[in-house]
Ligand binder design. Sequence first.
Ligand code: ADP
Ligand code: MG
Length: 214
Amino acid sequence: MNISPHHLPRFFKAINTELDSNADEIIGLDQAIGDGDHLTNLQRGLKAVQKIEVELSEMNWSDALMKIGMTLMSTMGGASGSLFGSFFLAMSKAAKGKTMDAQHLAAMFDAGVSSVKQRGKADIGEKTMLDSLIPACESLKQDVATNQDLAVTVANLKQAAEKGMLSTEAMVATKGRASFLGERARGHLDAGARTSQLIISVIADEVIHIQNEN
Ligand code: ADP
Ligand code: MG
């Protein structure tokens, strides 16, 4: 894998475009079972990291991920701000002194997901972003462990995230604002699961584009 922090602006731009094109859906989801601010929170955080993207692209992975996490934490707000923030801070810790190969990336992602679980005191099946993150991470770890081809790994990862995201529709929430609604939360996708899945999916696509250019 030939991914470096120099690619960060590309990732941010792709994420931005993806969130914009799904804006109405995302806002609608958080309005239905939350307070409707999830997309705005996310876009505020993304804008703040895009502001410093040149600086970030000159850093090593660990420092860049740390700065991204701190920036998200201080700008996003909402439950998701501290959760996304701690995801990147944990990735940063795991990236210290490491090159970005598939093994290390899987271990970093795993560290990020574990820290979201810890901070949110949540796990799979609670109708949160973790329902996209955990299956995606498990798929990635499994394919990396079996030395699966990159294109297959990415396709499986995207599929696992999407399946996990879709599974939130039938769930009642036991964490976050939606948990106050009890049974009324059933029948709606979780906004954070949807945005996490969209972000995973565009990053995965971008990684493939970058590999194909080399
Ligand atoms: P808020 O709920 O404070 O308005 P956001 O709207 O930005 O924050 O984010 C809501 C999303 O955060 C939810 O859709 C859910 O995916 C995620 N979330 C909320 N609480 C938790 C938690 N304890 N663990 C994991 N994710 C959570
Ligand atoms: Mg909200």
